[in-house]
Design a binder for this molecule. Structure first.
Ligand SMILES: Nc1nc2c(c(=O)[nH]1)N[C@H]1C(S)=C(S)[C@@H](COP(=O)(O)O)O[C@H]1N2
Ligand SMILES: [Mo]
Length: 307
């Protein structure tokens, strides 16, 4: 099973230095040939990244069975049970708005022209649970630069697929579908911001947002929109799903911040999925531990007002 393969090929069971060495070796000598020849190897070759955390990743099973993907239901186990119906091939992404080369781009074409990296990132949900996920992806900036951002662009808006025939949650649920999200342009261009097409060295499982999803590791998980079909460069702050639903609880910025509580719960600590019933909650870190990289984006801003 794909599942077992992924577990075996993972750095978790390989000392990190050896893992990184193997990865760079593969990158140098034709990764796909070598990967094909070896049993129990990752299907997607990706370079290691200095942006990866050393924290121990969650298991493939945890990452793919405890999900938020309301298009498939509100329970954490709904996405794994229902996302199989989603057709992700063919897939294209429309790039629209204030860009030099707007159009509909085939996913294959996008992926052929980028360098995939492995980014092991912390994911902190606004609900105060967290995971560590080994994504495979590429900087969003690479795609935006290729599309050519026009000078007037200030924000980037993202849209998830709207297909209620395959996404049962879209037949109701109180959300104004499709799910939409957005970033300020400088956040979108930040090197930590990636589009992910895989995890644990494999194609992205559907419940995790196949075939292409955003990952913004210093923000609450709801910003990391799944199954993207449209990216629009705009001059005005776009509407975002959770802010539209509960503006006092969820803001546009949604930066992880242990000092700004959710109106209904504390954000000072988090529960690491898989840590066990008796594990202590962990302290939540400012910007989810990425403050050195991103705090400068918010210099002079009141983070209690801009939550
Ligand atoms: N389209 C879409 N994207 C989404 C969501 C969703 O319901 N629909 N949930 C968000 C939330 S709340 C979180 S915490 C993360 C969860 O990602 P994961 O299931 O891959 O861990 O996806 C985010 N992206
Ligand atoms: Mo979330």
């Amino acid at each position: 099973m794909a599942h077992e393969r992924a577990k075996l090929s993972w750095s978790d069971v390989t000392p990190k230095a050896q893992f990184l060495q193997r990865r760079s070796l593969l990158a140098g000598i034709g990764a796909s040939a070598v990967l094909g020849a070896l049993p129990a190897q990752a299907k997607i070759a990706a370079r290691p990244s200095a942006y990866s955390t050393d924290a121990k990743p969650n298991t493939f099973e945890e990452i793919t069975t405890y999900n938020n993907f309301y298009e498939f239901g509100w329970d954490k186990t709904d996405p794994a049970r229902h996302a199989g119906k989603l057709r992700t091939d063919p897939w294209s992404v429309e790039i629209a708005g204030l860009v030099e080369r707007p159009g509909s781009y085939a996913l294959d074409d996008i992926l052929k022209n980028v360098t995939l990296e492995e980014r092991i990132y912390r994911l902190r949900c606004v609900e105060a649970w967290s995971m560590v996920i080994p994504w495979i992806g590429f900087p969003l900036a690479d795609l935006l630069n290729r599309a050519g951002v026009q000078p007037g662009a200030k924000y980037v808006a993202f849209e998830t697929l709207l297909r209620p025939e395959e996404m049962p949650g879209q037949r109701g649920g109180g959300i104004d579908w499709p799910y939409v999200e957005g970033l300020r342009l400088d956040e979108a261009m930040h090197p930590l911001t990636i589009l992910a097409s895989g995890l644990y060295g494999e194609e992205l499982p559907k419940q995790n947002g196949a075939p292409l999803r955003l990952v913004v590791p210093w923000k609450y998980g709801f910003k990391s929109i799944k199954s993207i079909v449209r990216i629009t460069l705009t001059d005005a702050m776009p509407r975002t799903t959770w802010k539209a639903l509960q503006p006092r609880e969820y803001g546009f910025y949604a930066n992880v911040n242990p000092e700004v509580d959710h109106p209904r719960w504390s954000q000072a600590t988090e529960r690491r999925i898989g840590a066990g019933l008796f594990a202590k909650r962990e302290p939540t870190l400012m910007f989810n531990g990425y403050a050195d990289e991103v705090a400068g984006l918010y210099a002079g801003m009141d983070l209690r007002v801009n939550y």
